[in-house]
Design a protein around this ligand. Sequence first.
Ligand code: FCB
Length: 502
Amino acid sequence: MLGKALLAALISLVAASATDPYSRDDFPPDFFFGAATSAFQVEGADDEDGRTPSIFDTYARTAYGMSGGYGHKSCDQYHKYKEDVALMAKMGLNAYRFSISWSRLIPNGKGPVNPKGLEYYNNLIDELISHDIQPHVTLHHSDLPQALEDEYGGWLSRRVVRDFKTYADVCFREFGDRVKYWTTMNEPNIFVIGGYDSGFLPPQRCSTSSISNCSKGNSSTEPYIAAHNILLSHAAAASLYRKKYQGKQHGFIGINILTFVLLPLTNSTEDLGATERAKDLLSGWFLNPIMFGDYPDMMKKNIGSRLPSFTKTESNIVKGSIDFLGINYYYTSYIKNSPQSQAEGGGIFADVAVEMIENIFNATAMPRDLQKAVDSLEQSYGNIPLYIHENGQVTLRNSSLDDWPRVKYLHGHIKDVLDALRNGSNVKGYFVWSLLDLYELLGGYKISYGLYYVDLNDRELRRQPKLSAKWYANFLHRRTIDPKVIIELKKNAPMPSLHNVI
Ligand code: FCB
């Protein structure tokens, strides 16, 4: 007969294997587990205390409208930051990724610093630090001051490099005693594709697009010019940080890109080649200059003189300009060779003769690809410290507080991060997009990724935890996960994809 103790031990063994396959303790103690937002998407108070509009404000008014009866309030984090930091602390986050609104800190993009803007970010940073939450700060998240767009075309002009550097200087000087993780740009690769090639993101410029009707732009030149100025601006800020601040502030500077797992649609040689070209375009466009000092050879060959070139001095300042790489990862994309579209003027995908078919299998597949995204970057660029800056699951806003698809998605992806770590990769942190249901870049208030639901009809904009917030908190607080939850997690229910919800 089994003794009681043995029986109890067996039950707990079964419980252990039936419960979570991993725990917080499997990760290094200094690993960052956080959540992310960006200034325009979460702050509200868009015209308060001296802030001026950004290109994201302009886009929001035309693309999706500030619908939802909430005008420019979004989540009102500008006024509710203390409440939000308390939520983060309660969940057990040790990091928060947010961005600074350039046009709040320096209205119109240049000139005097706005004391109210300074005060807000100082307060937010102090509140985070007092709760042992590390601020991870982004300087540009799709929100260049509209004044600079109007004055000289924003990222299309070389003049932006000096203004961005001055803005970065203010941030390092004012906040760098407490902020140790600086990201210059959020997803510049998608920003230039969406903003200047297809026109579905701010500043909505394009000439050849099947999805947008832009009033101005040139899809065959502008994406490359904007990308070049973004790289030079990033490098100018990074070099300033290293020369003037890093020695005394002991922080780190990096950049962020959106990364995909890119798979050939078929095993044909053509699709395999197209997949390599797509990688060169989607990651290499930014990472090759940063890691090796120049654009990928394929881009130079296919795009010719429309691709700006680096002088020796520029190449030297861009090369090696990051201490870490931030990646946003959402899904897998399939790549198809598309030779017929190689004519000049067809946009950037046509330039490299590829067609991107987004997550066609995502609706049924379990999300098990983040590890591949990490592996593929490390194969190309070495073992650079990596932060998963954004990862999350879309649902319709208001769908349910019982957001099982999101719990499953996060559960699967955090396991991927652990597998990547066990495989020797240099991942240092993971941030869920997003902390709150905020104003989404694609879809406005119609869709959401939040751990917390924010009811737009509630005057107080009360934050309500979804199941995903509770699951994340349990994981971070090392609480035992209810076996029923695990059974649910194992069910192979379809995952919603972006296309299903917008
Ligand atoms: C990323 C953006 C972020 C958010 C998510 C869903 O591309 O960086 O602002 O909208 O997508």
